[in-house]
Design a binder for this molecule. Sequence first.
Ligand code: NAG
Length: 355
Amino acid sequence: MSPSPVTNEKQRPLVLITGANGTIGFANLLLLLTHNYRVRCALRRPSAITQITSSPLITPYLPNLTFILVPSIAAPNAYDAAAQDVTFIIHTAGAIPLPSANPITDVLEPYVEGTANMLSAALKSLSVKRLVVTGAMAGLVDPATLWAEGNNAPKPRLSETSRPPDLPDDVVIDHPPKAYMVGKNRAMTMLSGFAEQHPEAHFDVVQVVPGTVTGGMDLVETREEARRKMDRVSSGALFGETYGNRFFGVVGVADCARCHVGALDVGRVRGGEMLVAAWTSVGRDVGWFWRDAVERIEGQFAEEVDDGVYTLGRKPFTMLVQVDSRRTEEMLGIEFQSFGDQIVRAAEWYRDLKG
Ligand SMILES: *[C@@H]1O[C@H](CO)[C@@H](O)[C@H](O)[C@H]1NC(C)=O
């Protein structure tokens, strides 16, 4: 029998994780540690290690936590040393498509080369049983249709059986968000085809495809920092920010971590699966559930709304796809937090931060 994350064995497997100083990665790290896994974090900068080890949430678990520096994830053999002797890998690191980024070297290559490097490191490390990789809904949609479509175009439906569309090799990559989509597309294509191309491999691959991740970021300490780092959907509903007013799907950060850690359970999740980490929006009208979320904030945080803590955005963002994640819920035995619950959770988190 293979180890399962919900049993209580003495010595739990060693898991390599990347991106642990980001929102998804940090939530994964904490959930792994509280489930008694031993964890090795591969990080690009020493400052990221300090950031993690100085979090009081992490302190109790330091005996089960080690670090390794991998300064450039796109460099050849980047992860070979990091993958030695680990049973599982959760690869989340990538690149944020900031407006100032070079689309190719800062965004596309970290995804494509980083994923290829992780696969080759896992092929060389015979202890690896499963590689879990964080994908993106953006990688499952053709960028050509995304930038062309208006608000009323029919929405593609994303589910566990979706696969990245074939993009032409010479697709034009002229800005960071496009580089992000193409990079994710190519990385996910590589991962979807891995089992077929490597039938001899000693490990399997599971992809986790999250929507926009909402809720608390445990490494954030002040409201000012929260406003800068908060996901766009929550800041749209809570503060009326309209920057990037479109989204694919949404997932609470705790649910997102449950999907990643649950993906290690080889008894529940088969190799080759793609889990959809987002609340099911199929058949639900964004105009309705957005308004409902804002009304819940007005009801539950009346005083804060009066005081101007939440300035509220009543105009719903455009949903670019319809998400159907019911199969993921069934596989993992979980129920995703609804849109309204996620926005309420984000509001609670923000309220409790230092002013
Ligand atoms: C470290 O992990 C072991 C299992 O591998 C567990 O028994 C122990 O309680 C963990 N220690 C801490 C400090 O969490």
